[in-house]
Design a protein around this ligand. Structure first.
Ligand SMILES: NC(=O)c1ccc[n+]([C@@H]2O[C@H](COP(=O)([O-])OP(=O)(O)OC[C@H]3O[C@@H](n4cnc5c(N)ncnc54)[C@H](O)[C@@H]3O)[C@@H](O)[C@H]2O)c1
Length: 485
């Protein structure tokens, strides 16, 4: 596999200085071949997490007092650094996480785009002025930074998700302690390097790399003023509860079990292409990936035939090979867990409707379609209920839009949904009926633009949404000033 032969050195970034970790030895391994070490170093110790918070606390006053245009200028410079290194960083990302090279480069460029977008906050409205019922008075509502924000991110978007948290946190005047997933630390280093290159003052952004347990130290830290988390629902809910107990605001974007609904009047060619992308791009390791497929019984067989024809052309292999459509899962453990999920689903009555080809080594899993029994039995199946986070699509058939919506709603999660129909009234009814944070009509369930809110309902999200203008809601708090001359 074509990746760097010398492992990247993993360091912590504390108060503007790269420091050797004081915790246990850690490494990051190639997704496709877990024997290959891509990065190596030591994890941060708990004391280093405390030092990161102390540095962020120390820097917070002067950073909050820095004009927003100056804060934005750091983001612009970091964005140009990311664009300049997009190929190198994108390949590193693909090697470490398992998505394809094109997806890796795309994610690095997306991070640059997010930085540029948030730099634009310096030119947007900063508050609101209200009329007062009293003569000679105006009421101003202005926003201020929270202070020190902790940012904890998952493995599957190693630079995209950190960027969409760190950029608004910084531009709105917060200082940051950032902990990426320990499976994918290289892109976190690259992101911090971009901001270091931009000349960000010491203490404004601090990086600690290490296991999930370090996150507990975040919640316990006296300087923590807010926490933004993305990851699994179990960890997110734990952090939300701990934050609430301390009165620290927590924003959590969590798991998903997203459905695609294909109705009888849909354009089946378009729908089969988009369901393929939604379910299998990035090896199904997207929070917004399609993992449940609800088909109107009138078109179910026709649709599945089209989807399977497309999947037969789909190649799985080395993520750095430009001809490959799908890479491995993040590691062999994730693939073993997904295989175990398939076995359980089959033992609970699912039918293996299709399985493509994939290299037979550790981290790979071929695209898989499981057909579930109709009715209750299908909905009890683990492939319907559990987030496998893998290229596995569970299919059920229903009769008409009402049954389809009822099936879609039958999940504890509510992140994203893709609806395929040519009937605008049905699309509008879905917008009202479905408790999801993101609804795609005639496009895949994955995909999010940086200028609009992103986040889930039910077990998929907690607290204010992310991205676009929604980000201000979490990263600032308001002061209402009654101003008399
Ligand atoms: N809704 C979204 O926007 C979104 C986006 C991407 C991924 N996800 C979800 O993330 C999950 C996959 O990512 P993952 O496997 O990295 O998730 P994870 O919950 O295992 O880990 C996420 C982060 O939390 C840290 N962590 C683990 N235990 C912790 C603890 N006790 N205290 C504090 N931090 C802790 C991890 O080290 C990592 O940095 C899936 O459930 C997926 O749906 C959600």
């Amino acid at each position: 596999m074509d990746v760097a032969s010398t492992p990247v050195a993993l360091h912590q970034y504390l108060n503007g200085t790269w420091a050797e970790g004081q915790g246990r030895e850690i490494d990051s391994r190639a997704a496709a071949d877990n024997s290959q070490v891509l990065a190596r170093g030591r994890a941060a110790s708990e004391e280093q997490v405390d030092a990161a918070f102390a540095a962020a606390h120390q820097a917070k006053k002067s950073w909050a007092a820095t004009p927003m245009a100056a804060r934005a200028a750091y983001l612009i410079a970091a964005a140009s650094y990311l664009k300049e290194h997009a190929e190198q960083f994108g390949e590193e990302l693909a090697g470490e996480e398992g998505k394809t090279r094109a997806e890796g480069i795309g994610e690095v460029l997306r991070a640059a785009q997010i930085f540029t977008y948030y730099a634009g906050e310096a030119e947007r409205a900063a508050g609101t002025v209200f009329q007062s019922p009293r003569a000679g008075e105006q009421i101003l509502v202005t926003s201020k930074p929270l202070g020190v924000v902790g940012i904890i991110t998952p493995f599957n978007f190693p630079i995209g998700i950190p960027a969409w948290k760190i950029a608004p946190a910084l531009v709105f005047g917060n200082t940051v302690v950032f902990k990426p997933a320990s499976l994918v630390p290289i892109l976190a280093l690259r992101l911090v390097q971009a901001l270091e290159y931009a000349g960000l003052p010491a203490g404004v952004l601090n990086l600690v790399i290490g296991p999930g347990a370090l996150g507990d130290r975040f919640i316990a830290n006296e300087h923590l003023n807010g926490l933004s988390f993305t990851g699994s629902t179990a960890v997110g809910r734990r952090l939300c509860a701990a934050g609430a107990a301390r009165g620290v605001p927590v924003q959590a974007e969590m798991g998903g079990k997203n459905a695609a609904v294909v109705l009888a009047d849909a354009d089946l060619d378009l729908a089969s292409e988009q369901v393929l992308f939604g379910a299998f791009r990035s090896t199904g390791q997207k929070c917004t990936a399609t993992s449940r497929l609800i088909l109107d019984d009138g078109i179910a067989e026709d649709f599945l035939a089209r989807l399977i024809t497309r999947l037969e052309q789909w190649t799985t292999g080395n993520p750095l090979d430009p001809d490959v459509h799908m890479g491995p899962l993040v590691d062999a453990k994730a693939a073993a867990s997904a295989r175990e999920g398939i076995d359980r689903a089959l033992s609970q009555g699912a039918l293996l409707r299709f399985q493509g080809k994939a290299p037979e080594t550790g981290s790979y899993l071929a695209p898989t379609i499981l057909e579930l029994p109709t009715g209750e039995a299908g909905r009890e199946n683990c492939a319907w209920r559990e987030e496998f986070f893998a290229p596995i699509l569970a299919v059920c058939t229903v009769s008409g839009a009402d049954q389809a919506f009822e099936a879609a709603e039958d999940s504890e999660f509510g992140l994203s949904l893709a609806l395929f129909t040519s009937n605008l009234s049905v699309a509008l009814a879905a917008e009202q009926a479905l408790d999801v944070g993101i609804l795609h009509v005639n496009s895949e369930s994955a995909g999010a633009d940086p200028h609009v809110p992103f986040g889930g309902a039910k077990a998929s999200g907690y607290g204010p949404k992310e991205q676009g203008a929604a980000a201000r809601e979490f990263y600032t708090h308001t002061t209402t000033t009654y101003l008399r001359g």
